[in-house]
Every structure is written in structure tokens, then in C-alpha cells.
Design a protein. Structure first.
Length: 99
């Protein structure tokens, strides 16, 4: 499977989500509204793509409360971070091969 781009990450919206979360240091997380703001995505669209990433084990979704307000935090899992690294390495290889 090396040489193939991960189809879970390859969708444009999921690539943007993964790339954004990958900028966080390992162990850090970002709130759903902040990610939504950065990516300028609707809540429904963001949720749909996050679910696919979560189902693949790439994103950890933590739902909690601050006082009485529900808050959702997102982070790349270790396997999500590795998958993103493999994806970018494969992409570099594909782009380098076309020169």
C-alpha cells in the first residue's frame, strides 16, 4: 500500500482537517468551534468529515462541559499523526516522480 494516497485523508476537507490538527503538538487539542472557524466549514459538513476520520481511528473526539456549556475537543490520535506523515511522504514522492 505504500505509494498509494490514503483515501480517508485524501478528500479535500479531511486533508484540511488533518493538516490543521497536525499543527498542534502531540497531546494538544482544539475546540470544534475553533476548527470550524479556521476551516470556514459548516458544523454539519465538519461533523461528517470528522466522523469518517474518527471511524478510521485518526481523530479523537472528546465531549465535555465547561460549566453547563457542552464543548467538543478534537485531536489527532497517534495513528492519525502517523497516517498524515505517511500521506505527506507519499505525496512528496508522487510529486517528485513527475518532475
Amino acid at each position: 500500500m505504500s505509494g498509494e494516497l490514503d483515501p480517508v485523508i485524501h478528500a479535500a476537507a479531511r486533508l484540511r482537517i488533518t493538516a490543521t490538527l497536525a499543527t498542534l503538538p502531540a497531546g494538544d487539542r482544539m475546540s470544534f468551534p475553533r476548527l470550524q472557524e479556521i476551516l470556514e466549514m459548516t458544523p454539519g459538513n465538519l461533523s461528517t468529515h470528522l466522523r469518517k476520520l474518527e471511524d478510521a481511528g485518526y481523530v479523537d473526539v472528546t465531549k465535555t462541559h465547561q460549566g453547563r456549556t457542552p464543548v467538543t475537543y478534537l485531536a489527532l490520535t497517534t495513528s492519525g499523526r502517523h497516517a498524515f506523515e505517511r500521506y505527506t511522504e507519499t505525496l512528496r514522492s508522487v510529486l517528485g516522480a513527475t518532475e
